[in-house]
Design a protein around this ligand. Structure first.
Ligand code: ATP
Length: 351
């Protein structure tokens, strides 16, 4: 049986992923997870657009109400993280716990199917020698989304297909136009779905977190100004502090207990080490001795060389060659050997 369940957000990428597999002869079933109330991708508009594409392709369309799963795994996770002074990354968590795992479960249990596909830009290959499914960057480096997929398990990778990983976004748009897909002209999503749905991260957080004003202090505890709630700030942030100072100041710590934002000059904002937890090794088995590789600490940051020292309990220590800025607890540190994503985890300490 060559049935495949394609996750449809109502955007152009997943529409083309579904159309491509359909034209390759797969029996495609469209599946949209209803994640949030409101308008936009993943919400009512997304469901309608996904349904229109399925109608066009002549394939079935299923909608699964996943609002509770999204609330528990993403909204509650973000709110408790920001309240605790970290800056959580929702997308990798969403991919594993809200999208891929539930989609595969639904495919297996409801549709007797063992294969799922999405419109992500990334590649998967099976390595015979290590007997592992490896995750690779997309051919289109500018669209590469492998960073957000570092937390997928071997079981999920074995079942997943990324039909767009070998093509550029321009090619995807061209295919959508050639096929006359209803979603061909839809603009790319510019930001996190939550931000698109709420206007800004601040607006989203203010809906769930009570604003609690407090002090902005320097590393000696001297009060420099007032903040509007620690959840409005991120480690490494320089702009929007509202403090007049002789030299640029950066957020170096968020202290939820004292309800304080701590700032320091550029020298104090750099980190030469950090600890990463909840490691998921993807393309290689968990190392038992230090390895030298490259790490990306933000989606859009450049990879930098690093020594990775294994610790107990799925944690590693990173030792950078040069101090790094914007090492932010809650964000993902993802390791790469050129195009191969080795693994990744969540930054838990930045000093
Ligand atoms: N609500 C959803 N239900 C099912 N699958 C989804 C949903 N949202 C996203 N996906 C899948 O995850 C992929 C990546 O989602 P992302 O939110 O990053 O959108 P994108 O890169 O803008 O893609 P698209 O153009 O398809 O929206 C999508 O291409 C789709 O296959």
């Amino acid at each position: 049986m060559n049935r495949v369940v394609v996750g449809l957000s109502g955007g152009v990428d997943s529409s083309v992923a579904a159309a491509t597999l359909h034209h390759q002869g797969y029996e495609v079933v469209g599946l949209t997870l209803w994640l949030m109330k409101g308008k936009g991708q993943c919400c009512s508009e997304g469901m309608v657009d996904a349904a229109m594409v399925c109608e066009q392709l002549g394939i079935p369309h299923h909608i699964v109400d996943s609002r509770d799963v999204f609330q528990a795994n993403i909204i509650d996770y973000l709110v408790s993280g920001y309240e605790g002074g970290i800056t959580p990354l929702p997308c990798s968590q969403c991919n594993r716990t809200v999208k891929f795992s539930p989609m595969l479960k639904y495919a297996r249990e409801q549709l007797d199917c063992d294969r799922i596909a999405t419109g992500h830009y990334a590649r998967i290959r099976y390595n015979e020698t290590s007997q592992r499914y490896q995750l690779l960057r997309a051919v289109d480096r500018n669209k590469d989304q492998s960073y957000f997929l570092y937390d997928l398990t071997q079981d999920l990778l074995a079942a997943s297909v990324f039909p767009l990983g070998h093509q550029t976004k321009e090619e995807t748009r061209r295919i959508a136009a050639q096929l006359g897909l209803k979603t061909a002209q839809k603009p790319d999503s510019q930001d996190l779905c939550l931000i698109e749905a709420h206007g800004s991260m601040r607006a989203f957080l203010d809906k769930y977190i009570n604003q609690k004003e407090g002090e902005i202090v320097d590393l000696d505890g001297k009060v420099l100004g007032k903040h509007s709630g620690i959840h409005h700030y991120t480690i490494g942030q320089r702009k929007g502090l509202g403090i007049a100072a002789a030299e640029p100041l950066y957020v170096v710590k968020l202290d939820p207990v004292m309800n304080r934002v701590v700032v320091g000059n550029r020298d104090r904002a750099g980190r030469s080490e950090c600890v990463v937890g909840r490691m998921n090794w993807v393309s290689i088995p968990e190392p038992t001795t230090p390895i030298r590789t490259e790490v990306q600490v933000r989606y859009r940051s450049s990879p930098v060389p690093v020594n990775v020292i294994p610790l107990e309990e799925s944690r590693v220590k990173l030792a950078f060659d040069e101090p790094q800025f914007g090492i932010t607890p809650g964000q993902a540190a993802v390791f790469y050997d050129r195009d191969v994503l080795l693994g990744g985890g969540i930054i838990i300490h930045n000093s």
